[in-house]
Design a protein around this ligand. Structure first.
Ligand code: IPE
Ligand code: IPE
Ligand code: MG
Length: 250
């Protein structure tokens, strides 16, 4: 078992009864939002980045302890060089600009995804932000950057296989509790609610393993138009859902 495997999810106490503890959001629709306004796609990405703070700040009010947002997928490299470079520059600027506010608001930031393909300057900003906020626990914000669910499972499997090869793990002991300890999300509880904006009803390789029993909300709002009110409404309606996890209620 590797070192990462020994850490357990934090237990916090501020959860609203019946509300989602962990919400994950596929922030989609920035490009269409910009195109509708006759502007370049990057204009939409900038508008989208501005929405993040509002949603993060709403989390304590609605009892959400963990918020995970999909910022860039392993498939998004297929976009034009201009868009990819613009997004990377936006991420660098966003981190530099938001570090202070995140720290002051008690937000602990973590990144998931494969950092290998990211540039050194961005990786340093990500590491510094994680370190600067590591003692915060009001909201746990996880940013998925160069993240893909399949890629994550493949990387986890590689580390697991290495532990077997090195004699640290016996294949007989591998069960469904084992793999998650090797995933990027090893310290996080599974998402309770996954929201996707922009009207697309697919998950595009997001948190494949972790969302096995998540509830889903696919809403038409484009991400730059998403508000704290809509977030609060979705969290409230989650409370009315009957989650059976395969069992029959008696
Ligand atoms: C989501 O918005 C942001 C990223 C994928 C980086 P899109 O850029 O996918 O916006 P649409 O789907 O083209 O409108
Ligand atoms: C998913 O959105 C990725 C992010 C929100 C970062 P995409 O716009 O890339 O997904 P597809 O291409 O519509 O499946
Ligand atoms: Mg999209």
């Amino acid at each position: 078992m590797n070192e990462r495997a020994e850490q357990q999810p934090d237990t916090l106490s501020s959860q609203t009864p019946g509300g989602p503890r962990h919400v994950a959001i596929i922030m989609d629709g920035n490009g269409r939002w910009a195109t509708m306004r006759g502007r370049p796609r990057l204009f939409g990405h900038h508008a989208g980045a501005k929405r993040v703070r509002e949603v993060v700040e709403a989390c304590p009010d609605v009892g959400v302890e963990y918020l995970t947002i999909f910022a860039f997928s392993t498939e998004n490299w297929k976009r034009t060089q201009v868009e990819v470079a613009g997004l990377m520059s936006l991420f660098r600027r966003y981190i530099a600009k938001e570090t202070r506010a995140l720290g002051e608001n008690g937000v602990r930031v973590r990144f998931i995804g494969d950092r290998v393909r990211l540039d050194d300057k961005l990786i340093k900003l990500m590491n510094d932000l994680e370190t600067a906020t590591e003692h915060n626990e009001r909201v746990h914000l996880t940013i998925a950057l160069n993240y893909g669910g399949r890629d994550e499972v493949a990387r986890a499997t590689k580390r697991l296989a290495q532990d077997v090869a090195d004699g640290r793990l016996d294949p007989v002991d591998v069960d469904e509790e084992t793999l998650p300890r090797y995933l990027d999300t090893y310290v996080l509880p599974d998402p309770d609610l996954v929201i996707r904006t922009s009207g697309e009803a697919r998950i595009s390789n997001f948190l494949l393993w972790q969302s096995a029993y998540a509830e889903y909300e696919f809403i038409d709002t484009l991400w730059p138009d998403f508000t704290r009110e809509e977030f609060a409404r979705l969290c409230a309606s989650f409370g009315g859902r009957d989650r059976r996890f395969g069992a029959v209620k008696t």
